[in-house]
Design a binder for this molecule. Structure first.
Ligand SMILES: C[S@@+](CC[C@H](N)C(=O)[O-])C[C@H]1O[C@@H](n2cnc3c(N)ncnc32)[C@H](O)[C@@H]1O
Length: 241
């Protein structure tokens, strides 16, 4: 049987992660994530489905999964380093990045509470390699009142950061790829997840069931600094006879 889906989606289906079966994120990831990585970290192991997928997709990489549930965090997954920790705890994250970082790709598939998404990003962004990618999954929770526990929703917060992007100089974010949206019916989404069907739970205008974003760190060379040196360079034309 032929499909239009890529290899990562096929691996996701094989291992049964909802990144493939429900959200449909994986073709987007295959397009925008590197073909090979050295180290990948995912927040959220649960039954290990996505970690097994990443190991199959990047067989030569160090794949690290973390979970704040002890049983899940200690799960034995061949080819995957699993760690029991809270990805919103500064000292635990510091230990993690010192021992196993930096990472070329980090995927936040943790609690999806907006305060946790923002906290983990702040703690882990410095551990992304230059040119690496940070993925925040299930951003549709920014449109669900029972997941918003921060001053700004994560979508608002990312949009604010995107507005500050200036060639990577200030916030060192070179690109926000996305937001990728799997279009659908938000009320239906809420109902399928067993939440009350009242309109008040869905607080966003978007007609999108699943939203994810890839945020790319600026490359190693600071463009402003490079421009500075280029301007200072003395060329043959500048020489005085
Ligand atoms: C959606 S599941 C992960 C699914 C898995 N990534 C997959 O696609 O197969 C979310 C997991 O994140 C874990 N989690 C929630 N908050 C966390 C935190 N602050 N730090 C680490 N793990 C967390 C939960 O215990 C749960 O196992």
């Amino acid at each position: 049987m032929t499909t239009n889906h890529g290899r990562l989606h096929q691996l996701g289906l094989h291992h049964g992660t909802d990144k493939a079966t429900y959200h449909g994120y994986l073709d987007f990831y295959e397009t925008h994530l590197p073909a090979a990585v050295g180290r990948l970290l995912e927040i959220g192991i649960m039954d290990g489905a996505s970690l097994k997928m990443w190991h199959d997709y990047y067989p030569d990489a160090t794949i690290v999964g973390v979970d704040n549930d002890e049983q899940r965090g200690r799960r034995n997954i061949p080819g995957v380093r699993t760690v029991w920790l809270d990805a919103t705890d500064p000292s635990e994250v510091e230990l993690l990045t010192a021992r196993l970082g930096p990472f070329d790709v980090i995927i936040d598939d943790g609690s999806h509470m907006t305060a946790d998404q923002q906290r983990s990003f702040e703690l882990l962004w410095p551990a992304i390699t230059p040119g690496g990618s940070y993925v925040i999954e299930d951003l549709h929770t920014s449109h669900m009142s029972n997941y918003v526990n921060s001053r700004q929703t994560t979508i608002e917060w990312l949009n604010d950061m995107a507005a500050q992007v200036d060639g990577g100089h200030n916030v060192a974010i070179s690109t926000i790829i996305g937001f990728w949206k799997n279009q659908g019916d938000p009320a239906g989404f809420v109902a399928r997840h067993g939440f009350p069907t009242g309109r008040d739970l869905w607080i966003g205008p978007e007609r999108a069931e699943s939203i994810t974003a890839i945020i790319v760190k600026a490359p190693a060379v600071d463009r402003n600094l490079a421009d500075h040196f280029a301007a200072d360079m003395v060329t043959d034309d500048d020489e005085v006879d």
